[in-house]
Write a protein that binds this ligand. Structure first.
Ligand SMILES: Nc1ncnc2c1ncn2[C@@H]1O[C@H](COP(=O)(O)OP(=O)(O)O)[C@@H](O)[C@H]1O
Ligand SMILES: [Mg+2]
Length: 356
C-alpha cells in the first residue's frame, strides 16, 4: 500500500504538517537536524506502530507539548485505508478507517515497510539477532500463518526453559519437546523456503550493485552437518547440557543467516562500502519478493556512496516497485530523473515545502 497523505502534529521538531506523497519516489532534502529522520519515523510509526529509532514512543512527542497525532491515508488499487494514531498522557489510540483497534502491534504487518538506515550495517556486524529479525520480517509478510506459529513456538520454548530452570523432572521437561519440535519444523520449513526464493533475487541485486554473487547460508538453529540427525534427536541428545545451562540451547530461536562470497564469510572479503551495498541488495531482494506494494525508508544512505553507486542503487530501487522515501542533505545526491511522478520536499526546522 502506498502512503498518499500524512498529517503530523507535534512529532519531534515537526509542529504541524500535511504532506501529499508520490507513489513512486519521495526525496526529503534538508540540512542536519532539520527533521528528515523525524519524518521517516512518523511514517514508520503510523505504518507499523513503532519507530526504527526508539522503542519509547513518548520520545517522539514534541518537547513542551502533551501529545502527538498522526493520520495516514494509504491506497492500493481502489482500496483506501485511513490510519490514525494519537498519543496523549501515555495512552496510544489507533484507528483504522474509523474503527478503534486495541494495540499498536496490530499495525505491524498491515503495511510491508522496510528501512535502510545508517545503523543497518549492524546486520552483518552484530550477532545473529538482527539477521533473524531480517529473516522473520521477510517471511512474516509473505506467509500469513508465520506470526502465529512464531508466537506459539516462543511460548512453548519459554515453558520448556522455565521447567529447565526450576529443575523439574526429565519427564516434565521433555513433555515440551514434541510440541516444540512441531512448531520448530514449520518455522524451519517456512524460513528455508523463503531463503530459497530470496536467493536468486539476492544474486541478481548483488550482481547489479556489487558485481558479486552473495549467497545465503541459512542455519536453522541446530547442526545440519549430519542431516540424518533430526531436531528432536538434537533435543534428546542435548538434554543434560540444557539442564546444566538452564535453557534450550538449540532451535529456531538460535537460527542465523550468514552471507558468503565464493564460500567465504562476507566480512572477510568485502570492504565496508561493499558491505553497505550488500545490505541494500538484501533489503531490495525482500522488497521484490513482497506480494503487496511495500514502502521503503532510506535514511542518509546516499551520502556514503559514490555517485555511480548511487545511480545504480536508485535504479535498483525503482525496479522493486516499492514506494520509497529517501533523505539527503543535498538534492543533487540523488538522481530521480527517470522516476515518473517523483516528488521533492525541502525541510527546515521541521517545516516542509513541496518543490515542483
Ligand atoms: N521530542 C522532540 N521534540 C522536539 N525536538 C526534537 C525532539 N526529538 C528530537 N528533536 C530535534 O528534532 C530535530 C530534527 O531531528 P532529525 O529528524 O533527526 O534531523 P535530521 O534527520 O534532518 O538530521 C533535531 O534538532 C532534534 O534535536
Ligand atoms: Mg537524520
Amino acid at each position: 500500500m502506498a502512503l498518499q497523505q500524512l498529517d503530523i502534529q507535534h512529532l519531534r521538531n515537526i509542529e504541524q504538517t500535511k504532506l501529499a506523497f508520490s507513489p513512486t519516489a519521495n526525496l526529503i532534502i534538508g540540512p542536519n537536524a532539520s527533521g528528515k529522520t523525524s519524518l521517516l519515523e512518523a511514517i514508520s510509526l503510523i505504518s507499523q506502530g513503532r519507530s526504527f529509532r526508539t522503542t519509547r514512543i513518548d520520545q517522539l512527542i514534541q518537547h513542551d507539548t502533551t501529545g502527538m497525532l498522526l493520520v495516514g491515508h494509504y491506497y492500493q488499487d481502489k482500496e483506501k485505508q485511513i490510519i490514525g494514531l494519537s498519543r496523549e498522557n501515555r495512552k496510544t489510540q489507533v484507528k483504522i478507517n474509523g474503527q478503534n483497534i486495541s494495540k499498536t502491534t496490530e499495525l505491524a504487518g498491515r503495511i510491508p515497510l522496510f528501512v535502510l538506515i545508517p545503523e543497518s550495517h549492524e546486520l552483518l556486524d552484530s550477532g545473529p539477532k538482527m539477521r533473524r529479525q531480517y529473516l522473520d520480517w521477510g517471511v512474516f509478510h509473505v506467509e500469513h500463518q508465520y506470526l502465529d506459529i512464531w508466537k506459539q513456538y516462543h511460548r512453548i520454548l519459554r515453558q520448556r526453559n522455565s521447567a529447565l530452570r526450576r529443575n523439574r523432572t526429565k519427564q516434565e521437561i521433555q513433555a515440551w519437546d514434541q510440541p516444540l519440535v512441531e512448531k520448530a519444523e514449520v518455522l524451519h520449513q517456512l524460513r528455508k523456503t523463503y531463503i530459497e526464493k530470496l536467493s536468486p533475487i539476492l544474486a541478481r541485486y548483488g550482481e547489479q550493485l556489487i558485481g558479486e554473487n552473495p549467497k545465503f547460508d541459512y542455519q536453522p538453529g541446530w547442526d545440519l552437518k549430519d542431516p540424518t540427525i533430526s531436531y528432536t534427536q538434537h533435543l534428546t541428545d542435548g538434554f543434560d547440557k540444557d539442564l546444566e545451562r538452564g535453557f534450550t540451547r538449540l532451535g529456531p530461536h538460535r537460527a542465523d543467516i550468514k552471507i558468503k562470497i565464493k564460500g567465504k564469510a562476507v566480512q572477510t572479503v568485502f570492504s565496508r562500502g561493499q558491505q553497505k551495498l550488500l545490505i541494500c541488495a538484501m533489503t531490495l531482494a525482500q522488497l521484490k519478493l513482497q506480494p503487496a506494494e511495500s514502502i521503503l525508508l532510506v535514511d542518509d544512505l546516499p551520502a556514503e556512496l559514490d555517485p555511480k553507486r548511487r545511480t545504480i542503487l536508485m535504479s535498483a530501487l525503482k525496479d522493486t516497485g516499492a514506494q520509497v522515501f529517501v533523505t539527503a542533505t543535498e538534492p543533487d545526491l540523488i538522481d530521480v530523473s527517470d522516476w515518473p511522478d517523483s516528488k521533492m520536499f525541502h525541510v527546515k526546522h521541521g517545516s516542509f515545502q513541496d518543490v515542483i
